[in-house]
Design a protein around this ligand. Structure first.
Ligand code: FES
Ligand code: FES
Length: 155
């Protein structure tokens, strides 16, 4: 076991993890943050996307020991109390989900895309989301949601 100290969704944690534990499993199984989901185990689907020091990463592709001393934000940490993050609200308003399984990772990736490219055009948004797969929506409403959040200035 290796001890890690990490801030997750604004709370400091100090935990023992096995060196082989993936970040997504640490988040879900040790911290109970099941909003971050596993859609594959091959780094393909993006469902597990979280922010590590403010940039998106696929948490099935990061070891828990690698976040020692760092800050992680999950889908559970972006709302302000009962007020949704504007990207969450935009997905809701634009009907940008059906089953919702891809949605946590999609939202975390979309926030990162707009943080990096505040003036992103549609093509840039689509390219930015290409590592996140959705089996349901055809992506159209997802892009519309990101554009709506963009016009409101996503955080
Ligand atoms: S679960 Fe991480 S990319 Fe699919
Ligand atoms: S809403 Fe079902 S996978 Fe995207």
């Amino acid at each position: 076991m290796t001890q890690i100290n990490v801030k997750v969704d604004g709370v400091e944690y100090s935990d023992d993890v096995e060196p082989r534990t993936l970040l997504v499993h640490y988040l879900r199984e040790q911290l109970g943050k099941v909003g971050t989901v596993v859609g594959c185990d091959t780094s393909n689907c993006g469902a597990c996307t979280v922010h590590l020091d403010g940039r998106s990463v696929k948490s099935c592709n990061v070891l828990a020991v690698q976040v020692d001393g760092h800050e992680v934000t999950t889908i559970e940490g972006i709302a302000d109390g009962d007020t949704l993050h504007r990207m969450q609200q935009a997905f809701h308003d634009a009907h940008a989900l059906q089953c919702g399984f891809c949605t946590p990772g999609m939202i975390m990736q979309a926030i990162d895309v707009l943080n990096e490219h505040p003036d992103a055009d549609e093509e840039t948004i689509r390219v930015g989301l290409e590592g996140n797969l959705c089996r349901c929506t055809g992506y159209h409403n997802i892009v519309k949601a990101v554009q709506a959040a963009q016009s409101g200035g996503a955080q």
